[in-house]
Design a protein around this ligand. Sequence first.
Ligand code: NAG
Length: 258
Amino acid sequence: MAKIFLLATMFLASSVLTITATDWNIMNQRTRTKSGLQITLKNYCESWRINVELSNIRDFTVVPSECTSYIGKYMTGTQFKVDSEATIDECTLYLNTLCDLKKDGKDAWIFDIDDTLLSTVPYYKKHDYGGETLNVTGLEEWMGKGKATAMDYSLNLYNDIKKRGMQIILISSRREHLRSATIDNLVDAGFYGWKSLYLRSEENECKTVQEYKAGVRKELINNGYRIWGILGDQWSSIRGQPTARRTFKLPNSLYYVA
Ligand SMILES: *[C@@H]1O[C@H](CO)[C@@H](O)[C@H](O)[C@H]1NC(C)=O
């Protein structure tokens, strides 16, 4: 009798715990905006996310703790895939309008690597979806394993651009010591045949990523390249002068690179 009672209480306790721990419950918590508008936490977190994408919220070091669950769901769910594929579709539409490619080896397209060609979502999955302060050592250890997976829609665009006879230039904020792991990872994931791969050398480490990437573009233009487009997941990949004819940004609410 006592045993049955104990089991029943344990069952009750655990089911109560499961219910309170679900995201559904958290996301339906009510909160208020500054003007007093009653909103759900989901409203709040979606507003944070879209303002990151709009580049109104800048330089965040961690995803707000009350939103990591929402951001995790977004970054691993269907909506992120749909949004990213729509970005790629716009790149293709634009490419189809380029009738004046010279195909002299100087028509170029720039890609970022992380969260543009290769996904770091599996790493952030283990680190509270951006809710933890970035541990560079840990992230670089993970990158060094070279197991990042391809973002399929980006791979399609990459191959399309290659077929159009354009030169592919990869400019990443990864550091130079990750070069061989990065090359292995890219090739394993299906990316090959790029023209140049720029990684951050020590001399570039005191520059912001935006300055470093703009510096590379300046060098490319000085070498006669025509940069038709950039695809990146960070504003620092597309801001700064000189830039490309057109730029495209993929969504990324996990981290911010200045
Ligand atoms: C950062 O990551 C490294 C490598 O995984 C680990 O040894 C270290 O303890 C981590 N540092 C912090 C502050 O968590």
